[in-house]
Design a protein around this ligand. Structure first.
Ligand code: GDP
Ligand code: MG
Length: 645
């Protein structure tokens, strides 16, 4: 590709193509469609040969399915003594192919000017070979890695950037060829898979569809052309390429000319005929430059196709040769970009606005830097401890207030205690049964005591049950705080839950121990005299004084005395148990839990602790990436507008 046409084109088009390439390298195509050229055609129609001729780089080819992943070919014309250079990148890998005599010229400079864009970091491999055909091997290896060895396909993009004085400024995407019948080892639906992949590219309004059709087939029945027509019925963004003009049957030339002249299947952007290297020329290792000359000679010497050649300096009007095609495509692509740019700009602005809004709901996550993350962890843990402490002190005012629930349980306990009160009037029976060696009519304090002991002991089981119930309630509330505070952090959640269970288990044992001790103490009947007297007077509706009490030491009055003392027990237990349980199960637990959780900060592996695996965090990550892409894209576009428009 030499001559005046190109130097003219270069100035006016390079920035547009660069802009789109830059947008693509920030990954914006994940959010919206970018203007691009997709190459489609049946298997062996000559797609790769055309791309090869355009780029000057040997691409994998052969019979059967060779292009198995979309291959983005970015062609960049360089001037200033620069030689040849190619960069292959996919996933996070990057391989450079450098001509030993390559002088970093304007490319480096323009790269630096673009340097603001955050590009992915690559594993960089460098090859210093002058031979462009080496790229072929690497593209094939990349395909093997992405699509697996063999014949499968994959929709991950491989990018090949070629910088050379001999190419035009163009970015194209080579797609797998349409296969009719699966070959050995291919899935039954390979044809469908390939078509779906192709459709994904060509159905977008932003794509110019380059349909490659061999001259020696019945073009009307070509599947590629049919697919293009399906998505672009008016042919506004479809370009036809007729290949293999050297292989046509004699006598069909006129029909083919009709096609080229848009008389058969009319396309807005028309057809171009090209002759690439045939298998024999490849086997003979005829270099691409020579092939260009051979192509020219072929058309020059062809009785029918000679007229398709462009007249001097009107390359864009010609209908044959790779050179014409290159100029035509470049012009088309740039027109296309120009047309879609304002809309693209609007789209990016709107998306950026939307994504920023959406992010607001998700932006509570940890900062990405380690220091910020540590601070975030500290704050998260502190907030957790505050919540736990306000829960334990009953400051939390909510529908499901813990203390509302606790009080309800404690009331049940109180009700139960009340229900166990009895008049002890049937204790005549009891007093007979428990009678000691005393003569009839004499009192025995032991009897009195054992009646009470027996009655009080019955309270132990419900007391322990109360403990269990309260424990469950408290655990539920603590766990709620855990889920609330550590919603996205499963590690913190699990750690906290484990701690709660462990602490509650120890505390429960402690409380059970205390409850048992309480009941052992209750075995020794005791209360203060004034308390006892007060209750006794209430029960009997009398107004005895302390010195009148001996009057009661009669069997017939035992029931009053039992009743009075039991009332004292009930009152004592009604308060004692809840206080004990609250103290051990709630207050101490909260304190222990807070301390334990704060201890996590010691030598914390911040990223492990803040590890997120929930939907929310994934969404936030996506949104952030998206925001970064869109911001970068917007920056690029506004820079472009100030620089070039
Ligand atoms: P793809 O499967 O569409 O990528 O097709 P290829 O580019 O691999 O081409 C298939 C075969 O056709 C190869 O052997 C090419 O050498 C051959 N071929 C491509 N274009 C021409 C051409 O213009 N003339 C001749 N004679 N052979 C061609
Ligand atoms: Mg191919």
């Amino acid at each position: 590709m030499k001559g005046a046409v190109h130097s003219y084109l270069e100035e006016s088009i390079r920035p547009y193509i660069d802009l789109i390439d830059t947008l693509r390298s920030v990954g914006i195509q994940k959010d919206l469609a970018l203007p691009t050229i997709a190459v489609i055609g049946d298997q062996s129609s000559g797609k790769s040969s055309v791309l090869e001729a355009l780029s000057g780089v040997a691409l994998p080819r052969g019979s059967g399915i060779v292009t198995r992943c979309p291959l983005e070919l970015r062609l960049k014309k360089v001037t200033g003594g620069a030689n040849w250079k190619a960069v292959l990148s996919y996933r996070k890998k990057r391989t450079e192919f450098v001509d030993p005599s390559f002088v970093a010229g304007p490319i480096k400079a323009s790269k630096l000017a673009n340097g603001k864009v955050a590009r992915p970091t690559y594993d960089l491999k460098k090859f210093e070979f002058g031979d462009p055909s080496l790229v072929e091997e690497h593209v094939a290896a990349a395909q093997n890695e992405l699509a697996g060895k063999g014949v499968g396909i994959c929709d991950e993009l491989i990018t090949l950037e070629v910088m050379s004085p001999d190419v035009c400024d163009l970015t194209l995407i080579d797609l797998p060829g349409i296969a009719r019948v699966p070959v050995k080892g291919q899935p039954e639906d390979i044809g469908k898979q390939i078509k779906l992949l192709i459709m994904k590219y060509i159905e977008k309004q932003e794509t110019i569809n380059l349909v490659v059709v061999p001259c020696n087939t019945d073009i009307a029945t070509t599947e590629a052309l049919q697919m293009a027509q399906e998505v672009d019925p008016d042919g506004k963004r479809t370009v036809g390429i007729l290949t293999k003009p050297d292989l046509i049957d004699r006598g069909t030339e006129k029909d083919i000319l009709d096609i080229v002249h848009n008389k058969v299947i009319p396309l807005h952007k028309g057809y171009t005929m090209v002759k690439c290297r045939g298998q024999q020329q490849i086997d003979e290792k005829i270099p691409l430059e020579e092939a260009t000359q051979i192509e020219r000679d072929f058309f020059q010497n062809h009785d029918y196709f000679r007229d398709l050649l462009p007249s001097l300096n009107k390359l864009s009007e010609g209908k044959a040769t790779i050179e014409c095609l290159a100029v035509k495509l470049t012009q088309n692509l740039v027109d296309h970009i120009k047309k879609s740019l304002p809309q693209l700009n609007q789209q990016i602005k709107k998306m950026l606005w939307d994504v920023k809004n959406e992010l607001k709901d998700y932006e509570t996550g940890p900062p990405e830097d380690l220091k910020g993350a540590k601070q975030f962890l500290i704050e998260t843990l502190k907030r957790f401890c505050d919540q736990i402490n306000s829960l334990s002190s009953g400051e939390q005012m909510s529908e499901e207030n813990l203390f509302v629930q606790l009080r309800a349980e404690f009331k049940k306990w109180n009700d139960h205690l009340n229900s166990t009160k009895t008049s002890f009037s049937n204790s005549k029976d009891l007093s007979q049964k428990n009678r000691g060696r005393e003569l009839l009519g004499f009192s025995n304090y032991r009897v009195f005591e054992s009646v009470l002991q027996e009655h009080v002991a019955k309270l132990k089981k419900p007391a322990i049950e109360l403990l269990y119930t309260i424990k469950d309630i408290i655990i539920t509330h603590l766990t709620d705080v855990v889920s609330q505070c550590f919603r996205n952090y499963s590690f913190l959640q699990n750690t906290a839950k484990d701690k709660i269970n462990n602490i509650q288990l120890t505390q429960q044992e402690k409380t059970e121990q205390r409850i048992s001790e309480q009941f052992e103490m209750e075995n020794r009947v005791y209360t203060q005299d004034p308390i006892y007297l007060k209750v006794l007077n209430e029960i009997t509706n009398e107004k005895f004084s302390e010195d009148q009490l001996p009057f009661f030491d009669k069997k017939c009055k035992y029931s009053n005395m039992l009743e009075a003392y039991y009332e004292v027990v009930v009152q004592r237990m009604a308060d004692q148990l809840p206080m004990m349980i609250l103290f051990f199960m709630l207050k101490q637990t909260a304190e222990l839990l807070s301390t334990d959780m704060l201890c996590l900060l010691d030598g914390a592996n911040v990223s492990e602790l803040l590890f997120e695996d929930s939907e929310v965090s994934r969404k936030r990550k996506d949104l952030r990436e998206r925001r970064n892409r869109l911001s970068a894209a917007q920056e690029e576009i506004s820079k472009f507008f100030t620089d070039y428009l």
